[in-house]
Design a protein around this ligand. Structure first.
Ligand SMILES: Cc1ncc(C[n+]2csc(CCOP(=O)(O)OP(=O)(O)O)c2C)c(N)n1
Ligand SMILES: [Mg+2]
Length: 336
């Protein structure tokens, strides 16, 4: 069944649809603004935008409960916004300012929030997967029923440490959901050029881990699958794999030769599968909202994002003394 029809058939309230619409739009507008600030030279270093993949985190956050944890890669702005971190603190971290989540010293790929149970932001491909299992181990050890979402990409799915983690997570029945965000590409390498496995989630079978493939452009399908995964983990049955089929519209990072796919491919995805447009269609055809209602939401979201951008420009740069705080070594060995 095409995604639009599948979503339209789901039994979902107007309130829930509007919530998903608002949250996905916040991520899209935030990322567009981050792209602009980058172009203006206000953001330096690495910056990986999440545009196109919004339904993944919004759907899964809708399935998560209080105290559940999340850890992800460098493509992390959407995850932070979806778990409720303040857009001002995220944008100010992108611009390297004191008001950022890592006081301006971490940048796009390295932010954390203990309050929201967000454990980063990791630049080493695949490194967050064993860390995610470690977070789940801590919860199991403490005897609570919390679940950890460990997000990684199709490229990361070919890393050896992922399979060492699968083995231990299943062996110890760890409450971790392995979320493979399969956006079709690892930098410029298409997934069909990097593996002959027709599906990545099925690799879990070698370890006895259950899982499924999910339409990642359909927020309702993601939420439903997320609820199954959460129920499985929370009831003590061990890990679960979700391979979420999604798509990134922008380049891998801010510099991307874009030679590995056609413009038509991207445009077709935007025209036919866009996750925000799908919810917009549902809201309008179900008469849950009017065009004017949706315009008003867009205006509100733009105001939130503009406020974050203003804050990220006004917040001061970190003081030089901060060079010596929050680091492992405070003494630099002197040359002989
Ligand atoms: C261990 C390691 N190898 C290589 C890189 C360089 N690198 C950064 S992102 C990336 C592609 C990863 O693709 P994927 O896992 O599909 O995630 P996506 O960028 O699509 O979200 C590579 C190879 C790295 N950061 N770390
Ligand atoms: Mg990828």
């Amino acid at each position: 069944m095409p995604p639009k029809q599948a979503a339209a058939k789901s039994n979902v309230s107007a309130e829930e649809l509007l919530g998903h619409y608002r949250e996905m739009l916040l991520i899209r507008r935030f990322e567009e603004k981050a792209g602009q600030l980058y172009g203006m030279g206000l953001i330096g270093g690495f910056c990986h935008l999440y545009i196109g993949q919004e339904a993944v985190v919004v759907g899964l956050e809708a399935a998560a409960g209080e105290g559940d944890k999340r850890v992800t890669s460098y493509r992390d702005h959407g995850h932070m916004l979806a778990c409720g971190m303040d857009p001002k603190g995220i944008m100010a971290e992108l611009t390297g300012r004191e008001g950022g989540f890592s006081k301006g010293k971490g940048g796009s790929m390295h932010m954390f929030s203990k309050e929201k149970h967000f454990y980063g932001g990791h630049g080493i491909v695949g490194a967050q997967v064993p860390l995610g299992a470690g977070l789940a181990f801590a919860d199991k050890y403490k005897g609570n029923d919390r679940v950890t979402f460990a997000y990684f990409g199709d490229g990361a799915a070919n890393q050896g440490q992922v399979y060492e983690t699968y083995n231990m997570a299943q062996l110890w029945d760890l409450p971790v959901i392995f979320v493979i965000e399969n956006n079709g590409y690892a930098m410029g390498t298409s997934v069909v050029r990097s593996t002959k496995s027709p599906s990545l989630w099925e690799r879990g079978a070698a370890y006895g881990i259950k899982g499924e493939e999910v339409d990642g452009m359909n927020v309702l399908a993601v939420k439903e699958a997320g609820e199954r995964a959460v129920a499985h983990c929370r009831s003590g049955k061990g890990p679960y794999i979700l391979e979420v089929k999604t798509y990134r519209y922008r380049g891998h990072s801010m510099s991307d030769p874009a030679k590995y796919r056609t413009r038509d491919e991207v445009q077709k995805m935007r025209d036919e599968r866009d996750p925000i447009e799908q919810v917009r269609d549902m809201l309008l055809t179900g008469k849950h909202a009017t065009d004017d209602d949706l315009k008003a939401i867009d205006k509100e979201i733009k105001a939130v994002v503009n406020e974050a951008a203003e804050f990220s420009k006004e917040s001061p740069e970190p003081h030089l003394d901060e060079l010596w705080t929050d680091i492992y070594a405070t003494e630099i060995p002197q040359e002989a």
